[in-house]
Design a protein. Structure first.
Length: 290
């Protein structure tokens, strides 16, 4: 990556954090009632999203973060500084925008990852081969997704995906990937859901990707003849169900993340695989409101 391109990336980041949004490209990607999805506009909003992540990951899911993160009650790492932060806000909540954040995603574009320390998911999944098989494609990593308990509904998930889609259209992204989590560190407790994913939604051929060998945990834990599809899907976290609904595939093997107290799978989604229903609903331009 050239010095000129790196300078442009840094300038773009500075402008974004200063709230200097181009009038032709609003950072508001969609609305549903009082809910709005857009990018974080300043460091204060990023910090508020990190505080929300802390409440969910640590206080609810019992994650164990580094001591500084625990002291500050913020979920943060080096990737936060190079990612864009997608937010869902509820405008009906009184207060500043920082008080209105109810959901978030962390978005890392291919060229930004290559210019820095790579992709977060590479610590758990062997994504290098996937990238090498598609040198002409631009990837984006989705991470740190979470939603406040009272907002874990179809409407919020729809808005998060509207934001992901609109952002992908804007930046000419070809494929998405990222970790999705099941609660707890015992895959056997999710045997039905994991077996269904392994048997029915596995990424194959040019999109195949596996958990790193030293971390690999089998997902296909039950015979296919006793895996009930309806029960399996009903037992999945809402975001995993949302991924399946729009046509995502799942990598081979799960990974136990002891720090976050989760069982992780890898989502792989070529944007050409998006379901027709998704495109009809959101539109090819990425704009959406209701």
């Amino acid at each position: 990556m050239t010095v000129e391109l790196l300078d442009r990336l840094e300038n773009a980041k500075a402008n974004r954090l200063a709230g200097e949004v181009d009038g032709r490209e609003s950072d508001v990607f969609g609305r549903l009632g009082t809910l709005e999805v857009r990018l974080a506009r300043n460091p204060s909003e990023v910090k508020a999203s990190q505080a929300m992540r802390y409440r969910i990951f640590v206080e609810e899911m019992k994650a164990r973060l580094p001591s500084e993160a625990m002291r500050l009650k913020l979920d943060f790492d080096a990737f936060d500084d190079i990612c864009d932060h997608l937010l869902v806000l509820d405008r009906a909540i009184e207060g500043d925008p920082e008080d209105q954040i109810v959901g978030t995603y962390r978005l890392l574009r291919h060229e930004v990852a290559l210019a820095n320390s790579g992709f977060y998911s590479a610590s758990e999944f062997s994504i290098e081969a996937l990238l090498e098989r598609h040198p002409e494609k631009r990837f984006m990593e989705l991470g740190r997704s979470c939603v406040l308990p009272d907002y874990r509904t179809k409407r919020t998930v729809e808005l998060l995906w509207q934001g992901n889609w609109a952002y992908s259209v804007r930046h000419n992204i070809d494929a998405l990937f990222g970790c999705a989590s099941f609660p707890g560190v015992q895959p056997e407790k999710h045997a039905l859901a994991l077996s269904f994913l392994a048997q029915n939604a596995s990424a194959k051929d040019e999109w195949a990707v596996s958990a790193r060998p030293e971390l690999f945990r089998a997902m296909d834990l039950m015979p296919s003849e006793i895996v009930d599809a309806r029960r399996a899907v009903a037992s999945m976290p809402p975001l995993v169900k949302g991924y399946l609904r729009i046509g995502a595939m799942i990598g081979t093997g799960a990974v136990i993340d002891h720090a976050f107290n989760t069982t992780d799978v890898l989502i792989v989604l070529p944007l050409t695989s998006l379901s027709g229903r998704f495109l009809n609903y959101y539109g090819a331009s990425g704009r959406f409101s209701s």
